[in-house]
Ligand binder design. Structure first.
Ligand code: TXA
Ligand code: MG
Length: 594
């Protein structure tokens, strides 16, 4: 348990680290700098503070694994842990080397891939910022914890944006982002102090297009979130931790916002042609309003959508996919308010959607009585509904105004699509058939998560998982504090889509494989046997054995091995924990043969 007494011990430990860093800072000599294999500088202070922090935290939390920027060994032992510490002993080493006071010590506690505690201290000033039990705090130099001041982000005024951009890390994307956001001020400050400034309400946005590591941002993320802001990826998903080699992609950090972040500010983290985007949106909205089908990206997989108020259009999804008519579709809306028009929300659904929407969670609820709800739920008394986080999907849904019914954009029973090309392969070259027409495929790269949303029945006292996904059973339990139930495969009434055989490639799939069968293809995970090294048809889901990456690559891997023409796909064992549960669920169904 992380209680107040432990918090005091962690703060005392940071103060020790601060002293150690300052001792080195005062006697620092530029000639003593070494360089790591990635060419980044490392000083004696980095190493000494790392040792002190790791030893100190280990004493306070003996059961929790600690990963430090300055300990390669700790990084190698990471095994998709549910809980772990991420430490950056000195963030802003370059500032430190240049005698600037803006370097910090950073501790973050990660649980279920998200930061639940963060602490940043600035040795030079003695200021400490931290998050605790969902609130953000600041301790001024030489003050006691009892005098910590509560801090909060200020509400973003989109007409008067104040941003922080990195001086040292300019890129054409960043310049482009700034030209679109048109801020009234752009400040520069080194290290993770950026997040503390946002948490104190001094700035609204911090866009980052150049690489960062997880320990650079995790503590700041936790403090910012507790102060009312957050950090999201270009797909609008909260940044998660425990990724391959602890590397982040581009992100946008922001303060408090009532409206959703304008899609352009997310999409522009990448090189994108905004005029083409506007055209795509127009064509997409028109296709749906004309009752034709549209393939569009979400953060999970690509969806094939039809407008939700027209029975003929809805029927055409089933025809395009060859989908059994008794398997209902998920309604997608652009906000929770919108979803509440069609579904009777329960306490569990409020708690879960507050935490995980927009994002990869579908909830099943009682359908509200109305003509549109009836059509959306396809005459059932229950409705499955979700608000995706992908900016393209949200813009579309907002412009269409009617919810969009969208299953994964692949042929029924086959492998789901995580790129526009996958959908082209499945529905082309004609893109139409008796009773259906696919008007357009919106191509916005690969989906960040790679497997479909978690489906949870929220009608009763206990949440029931109808389909596993990247929001895990542990995360649902932690949010609702209720025992989480699993649907049994044969409970067809609760879960019409949980077919034993699904996600199936053309080849036969064998699970938990260790020895090679002649001419088979392999889906491997982590280090694979030397004997396979000559096999051309090997697809590694994650050489590092990372489950986030394995989810991302699962469907590409199955599709790739099918394209090699192998008759059998052998799958190495994948740990049955965290995201591994959703992965194994997909693979088990892919392997099922009547
Ligand atoms: O990530 C996703 O959820 C993707 C993207 C496109 O949003 N969509 C998706 O849809 O995976 P689909 O149709 O492939 O899967 C929908 C699942 C099926 O298992 C279906 O049976 C279940 O949701 N479902 C839909 N309505 C339901 C209901 N009223 N009660 C129980 N399960 C329902
Ligand atoms: Mg599907």
């Amino acid at each position: 348990m992380f209680n107040e007494s432990k918090l005091k011990q962690v703060i005392a430990l940071t103060q020790e680290c601060n002293k150690c860093a300052m001792l080195h800072f005062k006697t620092f000599n530029k000639n003593s700098v070494n360089f790591k294999t990635d060419n980044s500088p490392v000083t004696q202070a980095d190493l000494e503070v790392s040792k002190m922090a790791v030893n100190g935290l280990q004493k306070i939390f003996p059961d929790i694994k600690i990963i430090s920027e300055e300990s390669n060994k700790s990084q190698k032992f990471f095994k998709n842990n549910k809980v772990f510490w991420l430490i950056d002993p000195i963030d802003g080493t370059k500032e430190y080397i240049n005698s600037s006071p803006n370097f910090t010590v950073n501790f973050a506690l990660i649980e279920n891939r998200l930061p639940v505690f963060g602490l940043i201290s600035q040795p030079h000033s003695g200021i400490i910022w931290y998050s605790f039990r969902g609130q953000a705090w600041k301790i001024e130099p030489k003050q006691a914890i009892s005098n910590a001041k509560h801090i909060q982000c200020s509400s973003i005024n989109y007409d008067k944006l104040r941003i922080l951009s990195s001086f040292n890390h300019r890129s054409t994307e960043l310049d482009n982002w700034i030209s679109i956001a048109k801020p009234i001020s752009d400040s520069h400050i080194g290290s993770s102090i950026k997040f503390c400034y946002m948490a104190e309400g001094k700035v609204d946005f911090y866009p980052r297009t150049s690489p960062t590591m997880e320990w650079d941002i995790a503590a700041g993320h936790s403090i910012l979130k507790a102060a009312g802001g957050n950090i999201v990826s270009e797909f609008g998903l909260e940044i998660q931790y425990g990724k391959v080699n602890f590397k982040n992609k581009k992100f946008l950090a922001f303060g408090k916002t009532k409206q959703r972040i304008p899609s352009k500010l997310l999409l522009c983290l990448n090189k994108i042609d905004i005029n083409k985007y506007e055209d795509d949106l127009k064509t997409g909205v028109k296709a749906l309003k004309n009752k034709n089908l549209l393939v569009f990206p979400t953060e999970t997989v690509y969806g094939i959508g039809s407008i939700g108020n027209d029975e003929k259009a809805i029927k055409s999804v089933y025809l395009a996919k060859d989908r059994p008519l008794n398997n209902p579709l998920i309604a997608h809306t652009f906000s929770k308010n919108e979803a509440e028009k069609y579904a009777q929300f329960t306490e569990n659904s409020h708690v879960l959607t507050k935490k995980f929407w927009p994002g990869p969670l579908t909830i099943v609820l009682q359908t509200k009585k109305s003509k549109l709800s009836d059509t959306l739920s396809q005459g059932k008394s229950s409705i499955a509904i979700r608000v995706p986080s992908h900016p393209v999907a949200l813009d579309l849904l907002e412009k269409v105004t009617i919810p969009v019914l969208a299953p994964s954009a692949n042929k029924s029973g086959g492998v789901s699509p995580t790129s526009a090309q996958h959908s082209k392969d499945d529905f082309g070259p004609e893109f139409k058939g008796p009773g259906w027409k696919l008007e357009k495929i919106l191509d916005y790269g690969s989906c960040e998560i790679g497997i479909e949303s978690t489906v949870v029945d929220c009608r009763g006292e206990n949440p029931i998982i109808l389909r596993h996904g990247s929001i895990t059973s542990d995360m649902i339990f932690d949010a609702t504090k209720r025992k989480v139930l699993n649907v049994k495969d044969n409970d067809i009434i609760l879960s019409p889509g949980q077919l034993k055989s699904h996600y199936s490639p053309k080849a036969k799939v064998y699970l938990n494989q260790k020895t090679n069968i002649n001419n088979s293809g392999w889906l491997t995970f982590g280090n694979y046997p030397k004997s396979l090294q000559k096999n051309q048809n090997v697809f590694n889901l994650s050489p590092e054995g990372n489950l986030v990456q394995a989810c991302y690559l699962l469907y590409s891997g199955l599709r790739y091995l099918d394209s090699c023409g192998v008759k059998i796909i052998q799958v190495m064992p994948i740990p049955q924990k965290g995201l591994g549960i959703a992965l194994n669920d997909r693979l088990t169904r892919a392997s099922y043969k009547e």
